[in-house]
Write a protein that binds this ligand. Structure first.
Ligand code: ADP
Length: 631
């Protein structure tokens, strides 16, 4: 049964990735073995899972293992497993293409600088292709458990690969690496065993190698074909914390998370009580490319009594903690637990709630004791964690404490201010937490809405992440203090204003009635209302949303996202102390007053990042005014 050999081309991205990888990862080339062993171990997990329903898949060879051999004469290193294997279609889908979401974003970020790109590629996950760092030809022969025919895939890692139908007695996958010139150091027992122990000790199934060269009991040189197990071969999370080194935790992370960089922190605990389970959960140090991709598959892996059940279930981690990686191993769930059962399971709910607490606890610990690490976490995942304020009602308070902000009192631009910090330095008489939302930090900082707050020295949170509107839409207060937008409703400074301020304001309002009416008349139904304000110091006017209306910023964001929304009309507030407003008050020509009023409105809209409905008319009016000035 020999079918013809077919030649197929790699997906363009694969070609690019291969080139890049060989170039950028060469200095760390030994990781190819870790990647191939990691895949072999996953294949064993998959077989164990499928084998529960179909024991015949084990084909009377139930002991799952990985074997590594090398051949000095042929100059090959071989990694073989008796896991699930792959069908022909699976080989084509998995080995000839990159199915990962976020691929496009990944390629866009490449810089051509080998060092930087090596980091990127690590985040992207290198996997099988890392074989080409050390090999100039790779032959993969695989037979899916339960199937008869096997498939041979072979490639020089350039543009194409061949596929051929072959026979293979053992199920599973065998990968033969034909080493490049100069890689002969890998044809060495000690060297290979050293790499396995360093990177793959945590793999839960045995990794076997020949005993090879060594010394016998009497000091004689032996060279044995007998097999020995090179790794500890027990699931890492089942071991006691004291028996696990940081390096082992880190290597295990790289395996479960398919990440290349060390994790930022982890939590490992055996939980007893109504539910018995072990969790080993990690916070990565870098955000993956597909953090915002709804199709994203990776997450926390669920095991039941050491048997891998499934990955990527939203049932194990809420959406706002989707960056968490690791394993949860339950002692109580049934082995045949299905996705449907998980959906309904109260036990899973309890495990999930417990794990969320662990993760939040880990973050609290970082934030209290390792602020630099917490800052690194915040930079990568802060925006995602913010989603939790609206998503996880039960933990809202805890999450709110973990939030970090840039404010008008911040030294630099980094978000470092907690809500507790803010409250701790509130002005006497201040009873609200003030914030402004805007597209950019510059727009927020320079907003006319902040003028009176600057004058009075009151701190304001500058919210410029897309998710911030969602945060303030869910977090109404913190520690008994209400959150208040500075761009919504009538200005209410509460006790920050004294009686004299209020009296002065009243008089100004009274005196500016005629100009307010004039502007109102000129703008017609463009605005809900025109009023005089004490909010402004330098600017002549600003727009304010109603207390319960959507903010102008949110309205713009939703419109940009293609949503049709009927926004509510803003209120135009004018600063009666400003020369332009005074000029307008004095203007007797109705047409000119109309022009000035229109410019005030358009300016206010521009100042908060809005878009003019009729920019050409704005330009005309401005030009007219400029000509009058120079006349
Ligand atoms: P990743 O492991 O990050 O998904 P890889 O390029 O390493 O990416 O592998 C792609 C896919 O090929 C794997 O997800 C798996 O489905 C399949 N695969 C790789 N190695 C093996 C193996 N030894 N046995 C079975 N399937 C494998």
């Amino acid at each position: 049964m020999s079918a013809q050999k077919e030649t197929l081309g790699f997906q363009t991205e694969v070609k690019q990735l291969l080139k890049l990888m060989i170039h950028s990862l060469y200095s760390n080339k030994e990781i190819f073995l870790r990647e191939l062993i990691s895949n072999a171990s996953d294949a064993a997990d998959k077989l164990r899972f499928e084998g529960m329903a179909k024991p015949e898949l084990f084909e009377e060879d139930p002991e799952l293992k990985i074997r590594i051999t090398f051949d000095k004469d042929a100059r090959t290193v071989t990694i073989a497993d008796n896991g699930i294997g792959m069908s022909r279609d699976e080989v084509v889908a998995n080995i000839g293409t990159i199915a990962k979401s976020g691929t496009k974003a990944f390629f866009e970020q490449l810089s051509g600088d080998a060092k930087k790109d090596a980091n990127l590629i690590g985040q992207f996950g290198v996997g099988f292709y890392s074989a080409f760092i050390v090999a100039d030809k790779v032959t993969l022969t695989t037979r899916r458990a339960g199937e008869v025919v096997a498939t041979r895939w072979e490639s020089h890692g350039e543009g194409e690969y061949t596929l051929e139908q072959v026979e293979k007695a053992e199920r599973g996958t065998e990968i033969v690496l034909h080493l490049k010139e100069g890689e002969d150091e890998l044809l060495n027992d000690w060297r290979l065993k050293g790499i396995v122990r360093k990177y793959s000790d945590h793999i839960s199934i045995p990794i076997e190698m020949k005993k090879g060269a060594g010394y016998g009991e009497n000091g004689e040189v032996t060279n044995s074909d007998e097999l020995e197990v090179v790794n500890s071969a027990s699931a890492l999370w089942t071991r006691s914390k004291n028996d696990i080194t940081d390096e082992q935790y880190q290597e295990f992370y790289k395996h479960v998370a398919h990440d290349f960089t060390d994790p930022l922190a982890w939590s490992h605990a055996r939980v007893e009580g109504r539910q018995e389970y072990t969790e080993l959960l990690y916070i990565p140090s870098r955000a993956p490319f597909d953090l915002y991709d709804r199709e994203r598959k990776q997450g926390v892996k669920l095991y039941v009594r050491r048997v891998f059940i499934m990955e990527d279930t939203e049932k194990l981690m809420p959406h706002y903690l989707r960056f968490v990686r690791g394993v949860i191993d339950s002692n109580d769930l049934p082995l045949n637990v299905s996705r449907e059962i998980l959906q309904e399971s109260k036990d899973i709910d309890a495990i999930r709630a417990g794990c969320v607490k662990k993760v939040l606890g880990l973050l609290e610990d970082l934030s209290a004791n390792q602020p630099e690490k917490y800052a690194a976490f915040w930079k990568e995942f802060g925006q995602v964690l913010k989603e939790g304020v609206g998503e996880d009602f039960a933990n809202k308070e805890r999450i709110a404490k973990l939030l970090r902000f840039t404010t008008t009192a911040s030294e630099g631009e980094d978000p470092t201010v907690t809500l507790a910090d803010y409250i701790g330095r509130m002005k006497e008489g201040q009873d609200k937490i003030y914030y402004i939302t805007a597209d950019t930090l510059a727009a927020a900082k320079n907003s006319p809405h902040l003028e009176v707050f600057k004058k009075k020295g009151v701190e304001v949170l500058l919210l410029t992440d897309r998710v911030d509107e969602w945060v303030v839409g869910s977090l109404f207060e913190f520690d008994g203090k209400q959150l208040q937008s500075v761009a919504k409703g009538a200005l209410d400074l509460g006790k920050l204003e004294d009686e004299a301020d209020k009296e002065a304001q009243k008089q100004v309002e009274e005196a500016s009635k005629p100009v307010v009416e004039k502007v109102q008349k000129a703008l017609g139904d463009k605005v809900k209302e025109v009023r005089a304000t004490a909010r402004l110091v330098e600017s002549p006017a600003c727009l304010v949303a109603g207390e319960h209306d959507m903010s102008a910023h949110l309205e713009r964001m939703l419109k940009a996202a293609g949503q049709k929304i009927e926004g509510s009309k803003p209120t135009l507030e004018i600063n009666p102390e400003h020369v332009l407003v005074k000029k307008l008050a004095e203007e007797s020509d109705e047409a000119r007053a109309g022009d000035l009023a229109a410019v005030l409105y358009d300016q206010a809209l521009l100042a908060e990042g809005g878009k003019l409905e009729d920019p050409a008319s704005f330009v005309k009016r401005i030009n007219k005014l400029m000509l009058e000035l120079s006349a």
